[in-house]
Design a protein around this ligand. Structure first.
Ligand code: DQA
Length: 137
């Protein structure tokens, strides 16, 4: 089984960025834990701060991988284009957010990803990625 985690803007700063919201672990460390936990799953990881690169990656994997775990970060709330890209591909996308976006600012409560996602997980910290992978198994 081939699964990809796609992280959007500023998530490369995990571990340093607002640790009271996002925790103090780097995503690279967490990714290694996931690879050890899900030994029988081929998990890839892609992060970009650039909207078009996230769209290109969705197009690249969206017809061949078994599942996509997407945290589009701030683009979740702004990007019609990422929403359209998810609509345009075949494979299921699970939307993940580390924080509880519904307990935060008003602008975080709208998502262009959710209407096109197979499922949405938020508010569980990094564990949300683990839960998303489990949902594909
Ligand atoms: C986030 C929530 C978004 O609102 C925010 O812009 C992020 C991270 C999360 O994982 O909680 O960058 O997607």
């Amino acid at each position: 089984m081939k699964i990809i985690i796609i992280n959007g803007p500023n998530l490369n700063l995990l571990g340093k960025r607002e640790p009271e919201i996002y925790g103090s672990k780097t995503f690279e460390d967490y990714y290694r834990e996931l690879q050890l936990k899900f030994k029988n799953v081929e998990i890839s990881y892609f992060q970009s701060n650039i909207e078009g690169e996230i769209i290109d990656k969705l197009h690249e994997v969206g017809f061949s991988f078994d599942g996509i775990v997407l945290n589009a970060a701030a683009y979740t709330h702004t990007s019609v284009a990422i929403g359209d890209a998810i609509k345009g591909i075949e494979k299921p996308v699970i939307e993940v957010h580390i924080s509880n976006i519904h307990a935060r600012e008003e602008f975080r409560q709208h998502s262009y990803v959710s209407p096109n996602a197979s499922g949405v997980i938020f508010g569980f910290g990094l564990k949300g990625y683990d839960l998303a992978i489990q949902s594909f198994l």
